[in-house]
Design a protein around this ligand. Sequence first.
Ligand SMILES: NC(=O)c1ccc[n+]([C@@H]2O[C@H](COP(=O)([O-])OP(=O)(O)OC[C@H]3O[C@@H](n4cnc5c(N)ncnc54)[C@H](OP(=O)(O)O)[C@@H]3O)[C@@H](O)[C@H]2O)c1
Length: 292
Amino acid sequence: MPFGSLCHKFGDMRMLITGATRGLGRATARAAGRRGAEVLVTGRDPEAVARVAAEVGGQGHVLDLADPAAVRAAVPELGAVDVVAANAGLQIRGGPTTTVDGVEETLAVNVLGHVALVDALLAGPRPPSRVAFLGSTTHDPATPTGTPAPVESPDLGALARGELTTSGPQRYATTKLHCTALAGAYAREHPEVHWSCFDPGLMPGTGLARTYGPVARLLWATVLRGVAVLPFASTPARSGDALARVLLDDPAPGASGAVVDWRLRPGVVSARAADPAFGDAVLAAARGLVAV
Ligand SMILES: NC(=O)c1ccc[n+]([C@@H]2O[C@H](COP(=O)([O-])OP(=O)(O)OC[C@H]3O[C@@H](n4cnc5c(N)ncnc54)[C@H](OP(=O)(O)O)[C@@H]3O)[C@@H](O)[C@H]2O)c1
């Protein structure tokens, strides 16, 4: 279905959200539910999935993005999906840690699991009409964020082995570069679908800092919430509402393949993320790593 034909009422739309059990994903589920969309809450913790699904009046399904084979196996059970918020993400201090497949976990969850999910949905009988990946300004070395610059190599095999990166924050920024580039790569390959990379801004207080030390966690949960008034910062509620709009508004905010931020304005895109050859290489390498 061409994205221009997304003229249904929101109530006709079924939105799959990955990592919808807390933080931005849960806020997006709430916002989408308020807008009348049918929400498919997914996550890796069955109890949390059931709790949030009940809260938003949606359905729930366990989907562990760290396991691409399980993701692919689950897709036929999900039913029709109109729009996808590829939201799940983590940042692991220390490490690297690995999945059951021996893949570095940040790359596996933030990037590879979503590629497996999206490709399985695209191959199904009724592909989604819109997909939003989750980016972050940390992917851009030209924007000062306090996070180490990402590794700009498309060698996802080396990254999957825990090579090339030197810290958890750098692994995180690297995966956010991949997510930003993937929106463009998928948009070139599937022009019949509308693709976005959503930058939610800095949202202190979410679970993203849970592997940090006690002082950093305390700051993230308390004092840093005050920065929500600053121009680069937001809250899960505000950004969740914006992400729901990226997937439900007609017309979609932003061109297909573009970065849209929490103010529904064009977001930051690094030179590397904007390079089509890099994006296509990242998508091909990700597919190679999740191949059956
Ligand atoms: N917070 C920020 O300042 C910020 C800024 C820019 C971008 N982002 C992006 O926003 C997205 C949401 O982050 P957040 O801040 O809301 O963090 P969060 O509160 O930690 O939420 C992350 C969600 O992802 C889920 N998740 C983690 N590993 C998973 C797996 N293997 N399979 C399925 N789900 C998994 C988590 O589930 P569990 O509870 O089971 O772990 C949780 O529901 C991420 O993509 C992040 O990169 C956040």
